[in-house]
Ligand binder design. Structure first.
Ligand code: ACM
Length: 498
């Protein structure tokens, strides 16, 4: 999981013994040993030198992130084209561990595997609720084990600003304490952010930080009232307050409700421009990955002509740092943009005309797209109507089957596969407070996103079918549970779509 590109069953498999040795690249040996211990409850011996029976090495050639895995009666060999490929091969190997006759075996196979898309992401919204470093690290581990390689952090929203900036310390001093429902907030210090980046890098994940502007910025007004417009209260904001509580947003007061689209920065002010330059400049300096996400979604409190001017300026500022701007697809409506961007599509599986036009404009200007169709890839939608956690606005509930049954090239007709950078599964956290809550919503649907992003598109006879996926998810339950993840049993995974 995700389905591999090519697999051939071989003859007799490999039996792990107490003396099984694991050799090769140090971090891969550590990763496999940890997975083996979690799954089997014992530790393979790791000799200081010499060839062992499980060999984990980097070949230094082959497609990026690819690996080969060979198991026969004499042992196991995993060869990654690069360190990431080796890491993914080790994850596949751990999934193959099988309990048999009171011992542990690995079935004989020859696997060659490589990703379909370069960008395979998950998002965590740390603004609606704040999550500790331990939880972020657990989220990274879960995602990386499924060969996902980008961690998008939604760091700011109306409810809180979660990233400490040396250039703008007031943001976390004045605007990080709260969260949805009046829960405790928090923020990542300069050091914490570096630790998240390091934890992600150790698992071959690139951090994509998002500072959402010009909307979703009520919290900015707690620190800098002079650059925040007054909340725009429309019927949708009132309806959300009535349905979910939290009251109506008030300028200068922390917002703990779940409404969206009421806040905006003041556009065209010199102070707003300095704010953007400081924030994205510092973020660029502290982020090793190539992307800075500027949000740009649901700016209903911003006049359309102001929105276009603002997005162009934000794109210009980010591009000047040397990073590639990334933005939710609405930013395409501001085209022509001063430089190509990565558009982040969050419409439904069947794009509406305005969304398709915005996405097409981004591609036409030399940009690329990451797809997160909200009615399939949003992990915060309830998996079924009775689920305790989650929302339903995205054509929900989103069954496991629906999360699996979509094809990236079918979402935006006319956009060629070459313009698709990849796929991301976002987790918004209005209803999510703990790691157990995260697990309850992301498993097993995060595996759907991983398979769509990694595995070849379905062909007749391939493993890229709902029936195969469902069976493989069921088999993976034992490994997930051994790692402390509380996942539904396979017969609890709803087979029928709503
Ligand atoms: C979004 O769901 N507002 C990107």
């Amino acid at each position: 999981m995700p389905a591999v590109v090519h697999v051939e069953p071989e003859a007799a498999g490999f039996r792990l013994g107490t003396g099984t040795s694991v050799t090769g690249e140090t971090s891969a040996v550590a990763e496999f040993t940890a997975l083996l211990t979690a799954r089997t409850g014992s530790t393979a011996s790791v000799p200081a030198e010499g060839n062992g029976e499980v060999r984990l090495n980097v070949a230094g050639s082959g497609p990026a992130e690819s690996y080969r895995l060979t198991v026969d009666a004499d042992g196991v060999e995993v060869e990654g084209a690069d360190a990431a490929g080796l890491f993914y091969g080790v994850q596949t190997l751990a999934q193959l561990l099988t309990r048999e006759d009171g011992g542990w075996t690995i079935p004989a196979v020859r696997i060659e595997d490589a990703p379909r898309f370069a960008y395979r992401g998950v998002m965590l919204d740390v603004a609606r609720h704040f999550f500790s470093l331990d939880v972020v690290e657990a989220y990274i581990e879960r995602a990386a084990a499924l060969k996902l390689n980008h961690l998008h952090l939604h760091l700011t929203d109306d409810q809180g600003w979660r990233l400490q900036l040396a250039s703008r310390p007031e943001l976390t001093e004045r605007a990080s304490a709260g969260a949805v429902g009046g829960d405790a907030g928090g923020f990542y210090s300069v050091d914490d952010y570096a630790r998240i980046i390091a934890a992600a890098a150790a698992r071959h994940m690139t951090v994509v930080p998002e500072i959402d502007v010009p909307g979703h910025t009520h919290a900015v007004g707690l620190a800098y009232p002079e650059i925040a417009a007054d909340p725009v209260i429309d019927d949708a904001v009132r309806a959300t307050a009535e349905q979910f509580g939290g009251g109506l947003p008030t300028a200068g007061e922390a917002y703990t409700g779940m409404a969206v689209g009421f806040s905006s920065l003041r556009i065209g002010e010199a102070a707003t421009d300095r704010f953007l330059s400081d924030v994205f400049g510092e973020l660029a300096a502290r982020t090793p990955g190539p992307y800075l996400h500027l949000g740009g979604d649901e700016a209903h409190g911003t006049a359309p002509e102001h929105y276009a001017a603002f997005v162009r300026r934000a794109v210009e500022i980010i591009a000047a740092t040397g990073k590639t701007p990334m933005a939710w697809h609405e930013a395409g409506g501001a085209s022509p943009l001063p430089s190509p961007i990565v558009g982040h599509y969050w419409g439904f599986r069947r794009a509406e005309a305005e969304q398709a036009d915005a996405a097409a404009a981004i591609v036409a200007e030399g940009g690329a797209l990451v797809l997160s169709p909200a009615d399939a890839a949003y992990l915060d939608m309830k998996p079924d109507a009775d689920a305790a956690l989650g929302l339903t606005w995205a054509n929900g509930p989103t069954s496991v089957e629906r999360s699996y049954e979509w094809e990236p090239t079918a979402v935006l007709p006319g956009v060629p596969e070459s313009a698709l950078l990849g796929v991301e599964a976002p987790l918004w956290t209005e209803t999510v407070r703990t790691l157990a809550d995260i697990d309850a919503l992301i498993f097993p649907r995060v595996a759907s996103a991983a398979e769509i992003a990694w595995s070849p598109r379905p062909t007749p006879g391939s493993e890229r079918t709902w029936a195969s996926f469902r069976a493989r998810v069921g088999e993976l339950g034992a490994l997930w549970r051994a790692q402390g993840i509380d996942v539904p049993s396979s017969n609890e995974i709803a087979g029928a779509d709503a």
